[in-house]
Design a protein around this ligand. Structure first.
Ligand code: F0G
Length: 458
């Protein structure tokens, strides 16, 4: 018999989570104006809102916390982290920040000007936010296959080279400060980018003398997929693959809350000394001195260990296989999900699940609310609410996909939790014909509205 995989760790400490009834949850979500971000976490049974900063640290990471150095300048924990980042990424210069969007803020303060154009593969919402906030434009060059949830392309995070070339053909190169590749591509389904694609994008960038940056939040998961799916990498270690991928770029921003295996943190790593020097000034203004950048010494110490653990094959295998296990259960129950199953999350295709709810009534949001009411499970809408309004016309932007993301925190939930989630979704799917109407927005912020938007039921 083929042996199933099992986690390469055992549990040393547990955290209680609270169960509740659908009646209680109906009341709570109404009080939260139907925004899942507004719920207090004790009202959630299984929290799949995000895999960001919600994972479990290892005993080695907790041990490192105790030994950390909290010096304002020249902290030993900073030096250790810098060394680890250099070893894993190969980039020369390193600046810690308090999280990923802070890294974007610091670096884009140097690089992005009004009227600029930043091509990439489905920029994450904070990335896009930091570009648009500077009155620049993010152009999505993701391959078309990514928008067909049935398509089995192994690297649906890839950049379409023709789309990218078109951006270069139609715009003066001075208007393109950099190209950014997000690994893995979160917004279009936690889908990986192939080494071959990165190499080809890098070639276009080099030809035009435009830097290539990585939004690296899930770079280790991306490396796992390269190892498993791309020819020539089966025998390479995750660390070798990650380093090779970074070698095609000029720098990176990182949200350490994902593949850093910590609850808070981020950083910038770069090869260009001039950009680094300019970024240093913004880092000091926004984040803190360059040897802590918004992180405490203990956070930096835990991150150094976390980066090392996250780039180990055994950890990644159990991580990705847990997500795949849930995905396969849902497929077995006919629930429409994004194929192939991505790295950090399951993306439910709300266009296929509840086509009966009109699009302007936020069908993916409606499905996420139902999932909460029926099962106490908190997912997140990745659809029209998240896509926000066009900054110029102020009209709703309707993305091709209406998804509900179930992000799986790292090393946190068990197989039984996966079974429970799948069963809840099956029950909702079986009664989907009853869903006819959704929600209407009654209050929203001018940018990144999804965090605070208020709805009422139609
Ligand atoms: N880039 C990507 C690809 C991300 O997924 C995120 C965060 C960020 C940048 C920003 O990092 O949160 O540390 O400031 N993603 C979280 C998520 C919030 O739920 O996917 P941050």
């Amino acid at each position: 018999m083929k042996l199933p995989y099992a986690e390469p760790y055992k549990i040393k400490m547990v955290e209680s989570i609270k169960r509740s009834t659908p009646e209680q949850r109906k009341k709570w979500i109404k009080e939260a104006h139907y925004n899942l971000f507004n719920l207090s976490s004790d009202k959630v049974y299984i929290d799949l809102l995000t895999d960001s900063g919600t994972g479990a640290m290892s005993d080695k990471q907790w041990g490192a916390l105790m030994e950390a150095d909290e010096s304002y300048a020249g902290s030993q924990s900073f030096l250790k982290l810098k060394e680890t980042v250099q070893k894993i990424t190969g980039f020369k210069y390193f600046l810690p920040t308090h999280q990923g969007r802070a890294a974007e803020n610091v670096l884009f303060s140097v690089l992005v000007k009004e009227g600029d154009i930043v091509p990439g593969n489905s920029h994450f919402d904070t990335t896009k936010g930091h570009i648009e906030f500077r009155k620049a434009t993010a152009i999505d060059c993701t391959i078309d296959e990514a928008f067909d949830t049935e398509n089995m392309h192994p690297f649906k995070g890839n950049i379409d080279l023709k789309k990218l070339q078109k951006v270069f053909d139609e715009n003066p190169v001075e208007k393109i400060p950099f190209v950014i590749i997000t690994i893995t591509n979160n917004s279009s389904g936690g889908q990986p980018v192939s080494m071959e694609n990165v190499k080809a994008v890098s070639k276009i960038c080099k030809k035009n003398k435009v830097p290539l940056l990585f939004d690296s939040a899930r770079f280790a998961e991306n490396a796992y997929f390269v190892k498993m799916r791309e020819k020539g990498y089966q025998k390479k270690s995750i660390k070798e693959i990650a380093k090779k991928m970074f070698s095609f770029g000029d720098g990176m921003t990182m949200s350490s809350k994902k593949d850093g295996l910590v609850n808070m943190g981020g950083f910038i790593a770069l090869n260009d000394e001039e950009i680094f020097k300019k970024a240093t000034v913004f880092n000091i203004m926004y984040e803190g001195f360059i040897t802590y950048g918004g992180m405490s010494g203990r956070d930096m110490a835990a991150l150094a260990v976390g980066l090392d653990e996250a780039t180990e094959f055994d950890y990644l295998e159990s991580r990705i296989k847990q997500v795949t296990y849930l995905g396969n259960k849902l497929i077995e129950y006919n629930v429409p999900v994004q194929h192939p199953i991505g790295g950090h999350a399951i993306f439910i295709d709300a266009n296929k699940f509840v086509p009966t709810i009109p699009r302007d009534e936020y069908r993916a949001q409606a499905l996420a609310i139902e999932l909460y009411i029926i099962g106490g499970i908190r997912g997140v809408e990745i659809g029209t609410v998240l896509a926000d309004r066009d900054p110029f016309t102020r009209k709703n932007r309707y993305p091709e996909l209406e998804l509900v993301r179930l992000a799986i925190p790292r090393r946190t939930y068990t197989h039984n939790h996966m079974e429970y989630i799948a069963a809840v979704l099956k029950n909702i799917y079986d009664s989907r014909a009853e869903a006819k109407s959704g929600y209407r927005i009654i209050d929203e912020a001018p940018i990144m509205r999804h965090f605070t938007v208020k709805f009422e039921k139609i």
